[in-house]
Design a protein around this ligand. Structure first.
Ligand SMILES: [Zn+2]
Length: 166
């Protein structure tokens, strides 16, 4: 493909480092792109533009100890973006934008982390309904002798000794 910047060179498909700017900070990210072999002009194809912004945003997030777009998706898990937004108490547009590369503010980052912690706990706890003795007194665990004193959400139906994350 002829370069549309200089009109002389050919655009070659290859991976290259491209610098992006976000909130006044510059980050270089590796991207598949079309690079002119004469003038060095770099062009991104279609949805690679969106992917580029997402990678630049993730670099910014890593540097500022904020959840990356991938980490946010992991916290959402199998929930739809709408269900996730409802549970967080934010608009679905916010969830979509965070996953595409708009950097969440510190307050929402905290909300996301707290949701992630709660969710992890729910998924984790039922695995320890057996082999209690091995975990009794271990860090982060408490023994409950009936489900009424258990913090499982929802509480387990089995009335037996089991370990819960506290
Ligand atoms: Zn060129």
């Amino acid at each position: 493909m002829k370069c549309f910047a200089c009109g002389d060179g050919e655009l070659e498909s290859r991976s290259t480092s491209i610098e992006g700017e976000i909130k006044g900070k510059k980050y270089g990210v590796e991207m598949p792109a079309l690079v002119c072999n004469a003038c060095g002009h770099i062009a991104l194809e279609g949805k690679d533009g969106q992917e580029f912004m997402r990678r630049v945003a993730d670099e910014y997030r890593r540097a500022h100890h904020l959840l990356t777009s991938g980490e946010i998706k992991n916290i959402r898990g199998s929930l739809t973006q709408q269900a996730f937004a409802d549970q967080l108490g934010v608009g679905v547009a916010s969830v979509k934008r965070w996953e595409l590369g708009l950097v969440q503010d510190k307050r929402n980052d905290k909300i996301l982390r707290e949701f992630g912690d709660r969710h992890k706990r729910k998924k984790f706890a039922p695995q320890y309904t057996f082999a209690v003795s091995a975990y009794a007194g271990g860090p982060g665990y408490a023994l409950a002798s009936s489900w009424s004193s258990c913090s499982h959400d929802p509480p387990t139906k089995r009335r037996q000794v089991h370990a819960c994350l506290i």
